[in-house]
Design a protein around this ligand. Structure first.
Ligand SMILES: C[S@@+](CC[C@H](N)C(=O)[O-])C[C@H]1O[C@@H](n2cnc3c(N)ncnc32)[C@H](O)[C@@H]1O
Ligand code: SF4
Ligand code: SF4
Ligand code: SF4
Length: 473
């Protein structure tokens, strides 16, 4: 008997990755659902119809390393290049909790992605946005800074992906498409995240024509009123019309790019909309979804978080449903996730229910990324681009910005290879910071200036990104 959530004859293919045990799924309904997938469904890890056979693994997944006679491991050259496994590089090995899987992290010397904040300004005013809690001037990257950055990227031995994002609206910058085109000319893949309000027909055509690889659109609600309740000043019907136009123009021009991704920031007020957001996204052709918790910048948002019980765990071996860490035993969340699985079953894509070790991993270091602010200042992550405040439990914490230099007077490669930055990435990889997020027992939780192991600024032990609560595409 098939799973009740799977429609007979529908086009689906659900991939469930289970690494440790699913015992951590302590919600009855969730664990029952996962258990049914695993036990009742004979094809177990992968459920598909005859008409939609399991796709062959892509070469990048099927590739093998070999062990040479001297015991060294030989990696295929293309993989070595892609992951920065050059002679002398040190790549950390993790052993999965199942004891059977070794994974190799990207060496911290490998620069794979450059986040570029074209502006910190925006045309709307989301309830969630960090821009509400700062008093910074609005700035736009100028041509000179952009050109320096572009040349610096062009000179790198392996061209990193460029991601136009940060804390502002990239489409609010007058030269976004020109800049995408310029990055494409040097061979960089370019992704972008947008609120989707400024995607006029002309700009959609420009984005397609410029060769954008992926466009992430933030959809924080599935109904006009719940969407506008978060995204103040924006209208869901308008954004959906824009996305429909994108889909239509791609079809008309026989183009597959840009792929669509949907980003959702989960809170008490909108978690119920998540399944419908996934359905809407799938109808619009979305191939990627990213679900984050809200980084609570004020008391009101702090009352809206959905990870409080997870935060209280000291050694969480948690279920990572490819969503951010979230309270799985909260019936509202459980219901939403069931809906997401059900929506996912309509596609050829996959919904991963991965279980991975808990936080204390900097996602920006894992990606081999660096972040460049609109004025050229270089930080290790988006969070350190601007000073801002957020809550860790009941404590307001000010995260002071931190920069390793500026592309206006050094190259990105010089900054990336500077001893201070290399050392910081090494500490992030080891995550040798005090566990402030869970401890919260002294006043050092209130700032990222230092911790009780004398980490100095920035002390990352109170970072909600590293704990897996906050995500970004
Ligand atoms: C800051 S925005 C910049 C890009 C663009 N303006 C947008 O809204 O998509 C990048 C992502 O951060 C999300 N975001 C905004 N405020 C957040 C918060 N307090 N916590 C977590 N994510 C947040 C947005 O929803 C968006 O998906
Ligand atoms: S659209 Fe993006 S940058 Fe603008 S206010 Fe919303 S989250 Fe902030
Ligand atoms: S741990 Fe957090 S604050 Fe530190 S570099 Fe990573 S994302 Fe930034
Ligand atoms: S600095 Fe140390 S004692 Fe203070 S909150 Fe962080 S981990 Fe706890």
């Amino acid at each position: 008997m098939g799973h009740p959530m799977l429609n007979a004859g529908a086009m689906y293919c659900i991939h469930i990755r289970i690494v440790p045990a699913y015992a951590r799924l302590d919600n009855d309904r969730i664990s029952a659902t996962v258990t049914r997938y695993l036990i009742q469904e004979p094809r177990m890890n992968h459920v598909g119809t005859e008409a939609m056979p399991r796709p062959a693994p892509s070469p990048s997944h099927a590739t093998h390393m070999t062990v040479a006679s001297d015991g060294s491991i030989v990696v295929p050259p293309e993989v070595a290049r892609r992951f920065g496994l050059v002679p002398g590089a040190a790549a950390r090995i993790d052993i999965a909790p199942d004891g059977n899987t070794l994974s190799l992290r990207r060496p911290i010397s490998s620069l794979a992605q450059v986040y570029v904040e074209l502006t910190n300004g925006c045309n709307i005013d989301c309830r969630t946005c960090m821009r509400n809690v700062w008093s910074l001037q609005t700035g736009f990257m100028d041509d000179e800074t952009f050109e320096r950055l572009r040349v610096q990227i062009a000179e790198m031995p392996v061209t990193p992906t460029v991601f136009f994002g940060g804390f502002g609206e990239p489409m609010h910058h007058p030269k976004t498409t020109e800049y995408i085109r310029a990055m494409r000319e040097i061979g960089a893949e370019v992704d972008l995240i947008t609120n989707g309000t400024l995607l006029s027909e002309q700009r959609v055509d420009e984005l397609i024509d410029a060769g954008l690889r992926r466009i992430w659109v933030s959809l924080d609600g599935a109904r006009p009123e719940s969407y506008s309740d978060v995204r103040l000043g924006a209208s869901l019907p308008l954004v959906l019309r824009n996305l429909e136009r994108l889909r239509h123009r791609k079809r008309l021009l026989s183009r597959t790019k840009p792929e669509l991704g949907v980003a959702f920031v989960a809170m008490d007020r909108n978690i119920g909309d998540l399944p419908e957001v996934v359905r809407i996204g799938l109808d619009l052709g979305a191939e990627h979804f990213s679900v984050s918790n809200v980084l609570p910048h004020n008391q009101e948002l702090n009352g809206q978080t959905l990870y409080d019980n997870e935060m209280a765990r000291w050694n969480p071996r948690r279920a990572d449903i490819d969503l951010a860490r979230i309270d799985l035993n909260d019936p509202r969340v459980a219901e939403a996730i069931r809906g997401v699985l059900s929506a996912g079953s309509r596609t050829r894509g996959s919904v991963d229910l991965g279980f991975s070790p808990a936080g204390n991993r900097c996602p920006f270091v894992d990606k081999g990324s660096v972040s460049v602010r609109w004025d050229g200042s270089v930080s290790a992550c988006l969070a350190l681009l601007h000073t801002h405040t957020y809550y860790v439990g009941e404590h307001a914490r000010t995260s002071h910005e931190h920069s390793f230099g500026s592309v206006t007077d050094q190259t990105l490669t010089e900054i990336w290879n500077s001893p201070e930055y290399v050392d910081f990435r090494r500490r992030l990889e080891e995550f040798s910071f005090s566990p402030c997020t869970t401890c919260r027992s002294c006043e050092r939780i209130e700032e990222n200036r230092d911790d009780c192991t004398n980490s100095g600024h920035p002390a990352c032990g109170g970072c909600l990104w590293a704990q897996g609560f906050i995500r970004c595409p």
